[in-house]
Ligand binder design. Structure first.
Ligand code: NAP
Length: 672
């Protein structure tokens, strides 16, 4: 008989009461300790539920060597901090839903579980229940034919109390996070199963809702489309009475699940109603134990795998759900105060310590003449950052991995109505972390049609204001304008250099000839020239420009020039927009821009070789493709634009890939 898993609970609230009783009924667990913010509350809870050990702080519970797994039962905003600390303390984790307040927090928690090698699951108890397993069997067995539409609701009516967890903005109240996460997760599950996968992400999403006076969503509905033309309607709320039922319609019948979320809490007979071809509904019965016992036993049995198995929540499933919840809140204009750019919560890493570089980081550095600090060879592009939580989590992680160079641009700042813009987000991140001296900011401006000296000045001043900085380390013209004599650009760039606004400058999407002309002019006048270039460079050759006016430096002339001048190349689309992932294959042709830019026989052969080498080296092909850049006979600083921590981690793997000169040539189809 296996030793029982020793549980400790963080937070002596409502759901903790349900949980403690379920642990006692479980086959695998034992209730060892309760951790509360106060000793008195821990004692009260301990006395009421006969929990032997009581801790007057969450940290004390994490420090308790007798605890094997923790159940995080605090309000949502405390999940990230305590789950990350629990992972560091080496405790296995069952964390209440939603795993974090947003997708970014969920990523950080999962990353911590991965790094510290502990089990982690988001506590969607209905996913561990036999009723859900039976429902999946019915869909897979074709009971209702092809799934067409899923209707899922979870709402309740709570009387307005601005200080309650449900309505308080600071406690991330509102329906979407509290119970809307259930319909979202169910629709993704069923749409996925209908398509032969564990879950699906919507391809279209629309929502409307009512955000109340505390700034939390009080009731809302969303409609979405999943792959396979499956539609879903999701309903949630905290001030609305609802039937809280799931209905799934197919072309041959439909299913009704009257108790989808809390099926027979204390055990009993659960029912699914199946109607086929217009005949009266058939009642399918499932005999079940108390609901939460399944979840508790599943955790104990899954510890060795670190993640739960389908249909319980895997890490990928949680991330997909969190992404949908972010999308839902964004669609109805709901953003918590704590997610805003200047919120105290955003001014420090989630665990609240000063930011530091990990001692085991693998970053490598290079020098760029004119800068007083070494620059990390992988540069983080921030153009896809829309809100501060994502910026914070991505930049904290990159910095902790030794990264210190950030690429941004005037035109990346985007739509000001819904996002502060990535320059402001980056500037706030740098300021709040106090790392201006350690990092290098690479800024671009004067994009077409504003590619002229006057607009360059205007945009640079605006960018500095957005960044909240008085200088950037590297400034680049985002495009060239051959109508403007090159000397005019050099003159204005030198003025900004002299004024201390830019340390050094260069061109992005500039031809070698124009750079040479610019530098000849500069030499003639005793001025500074351009000493960085930012054109595309990747293992896959850009067949057709990604965007109008874009240039690649993969051609032999540019490469020879880079080798001769040793000009640092800040290579954009360094991973060829995902060409080395599953995104590309000769039969995937829906994305016509992607196909136009990268598809060629030679590029697919390069990809085959990257895949072959990656298999031998046990890394992703993207890491091999990126390592190819780091092994050029001239200094390349690839710009990477990860959207997730997974993507950052797989890019960072390139730093450890050692390629021989022969392999570099072989990857690029060069003959010896
Ligand atoms: N799976 C389910 O069936 C289910 C059902 C309900 C709720 N939940 C989830 O469980 C979590 C907790 O919900 P709940 O209804 O149990 O909440 P609750 O009754 O308000 O309890 C939360 C507990 O968290 C602790 N806490 C820490 N910081 C707090 C703060 N700033 N304000 C208030 N409490 C704080 C408190 O415990 P101490 O004072 O002891 O520290 C409090 O008793 C939520 O994430 C929710 O989504 C899940």
């Amino acid at each position: 008989m296996l030793e029982r898993l020793a549980w400790g609970i963080l937070g002596a609230g409502n759901i903790a009461r349900t949980f403690v009783q379920a642990v006692k009924k479980s086959k695998t667990g034992k209730m060892v300790a309760i951790g509360s913010r106060t000793r008195s509350s821990a004692d009260r809870f301990g006395d009421e539920y006969q929990v032997p050990v009581r801790h007057g702080s969450y940290q004390a519970l994490l420090d308790d060597p007798d605890i094997g797994a923790v159940y995080i039962a605090t309000p949502h905003p405390m999940h990230a901090q305590w789950a990350i600390k629990a992972a560091k303390a080496g405790k296995h984790i069952l964390c209440e839903k939603p795993l974090g307040v947003n997708h970014a927090e969920a990523m950080a928690i999962i990353e911590a579980a991965r790094e510290h090698d502990v089990f982690l699951m988001e506590a969607f108890m209905y996913r561990c229940h036999p009723q859900t397993a039976r429902l999946i069997e019915l869909i897979q067995g074709g009971a209702i034919g092809e799934v067409r539409l899923i209707e899922a609701s979870f709402a309740y009516n709570s009387s307005f109390d601005p200080d309650s967890r449900i309505f308080e903005n600071d406690l991330a109240g509102g329906g979407i996070l509290d119970v809307g996460c259930y319909p979202a997760s169910m629709a993704r599950l069923i749409a996925g199963v209908a398509d032969g996968r564990p879950f699906a992400d919507p391809v279209e999403f629309y929502a409307i809702g009512h955000v109340g006076k505390t700034g939390v969503d009080e009731y809302t509905t969303a409609i979405c489309k999943f792959p396979g033309e499956i539609l879903a309607q999701l309903v949630t709320g905290i001030s609305m009475n609802c039937d809280n039922v799931v209905r799934i319609y197919g072309n041959k019948g439909h299913l009704v699940i009257p108790e989808p979320w809390v099926p027979q809490r204390d055990g009993g007979i659960c029912k699914i109603l199946l109607s086929r071809d217009g005949r009266p509904a058939e009642e399918i019965q499932i005999e079940a134990e108390p609901l939460y016992v399944y979840e508790i036993d599943l955790v104990a049995r899954s510890l060795a795998d670190r993640q739960a198995k389908f249909p319980a929540m895997s890490w990928a499933d949680t991330l997909s759900n969190m992404r949908l919840l972010d999308q839902w809140r964004e669609a109805i204009g709901q953003l918590y105060d704590q997610e805003k750019i200047d919120a105290p919560r955003q001014q420090q890493p989630l665990v609240g310590r000063p930011l530091s570089v990990r001692s085991d980081h693998k970053m490598i550095y290079g020098r760029i003449e004119g800068l007083d600090k070494p620059i990390s060879r992988l540069v983080l592009g921030v153009d896809n950052q829309k809100q501060m939580p994502q910026m914070s989590v991505m930049a904290d992680d990159y910095f902790s991995r030794g990264g210190n160079a950030f690429d941004t641009a005037y035109i990346y700042s985007g739509n000001w109505k819904t996002t502060p813009g990535c320059e402001r987000l980056l500037g706030q991140w740098v300021k709040s972390r106090g790392v201006r001296q350690q990092v290098a900011i690479i800024e671009k401006g004067a994009h077409t049609p504003h590619c002229n000296p006057d607009d360059l000045t205007k945009q640079l001043l605006i960018s500095l204001d957005r960044l909240g900085m008085d200088y950037v380390d590297v400034y680049m013209l985002h495009r060239d304008n051959p109508q403007v004599p090159v000397g005019e650009f050099i003159d204005v760039l030198n003025e900004h250099h002299k004024a201390g606004r830019i340390r050094l400058f260069g061109g992005s999407n500039w031809t070698i000839d124009r750079i040479d002309a610019a530098n000849a002019y500069a030499r003639g006048k005793g001025l500074r020239g351009m000493n960085v270039l930012s054109n595309n460079f990747s293992l896959a050759r850009m067949i057709d420009p990604v965007w109008a006016g874009c240039l690649s430096a993969s051609d032999p002339q540019s490469r020879a020039w880079l080798e001769k001048t040793r000009t640092p190349l800040l290579a954009w689309s360094s991973q060829a927009q995902g060409f080395f992932t599953d995104r590309s294959s000769p039969d995937k042709i829906q994305d016509t821009n992607f196909v136009r830019t990268w598809y060629s026989q030679d590029n697919f052969t390069r990809k085959e070789r990257a895949v072959e080498l990656a298999r031998k080296l046990s890394v992703d092909p993207t890491a091999v493709a990126l390592a190819y850049l780091l092994h050029q006979p001239f200094p390349v600083f690839p710009l990477i634009g990860p959207r997730t921590l997974d993507e950052t981690r797989s890019s960072m793997a390139a730093l450890e890939v050692q390629l021989t000169e022969r392999q570099v040539r072989w990857l690029n189809l060069e003959t010896d």
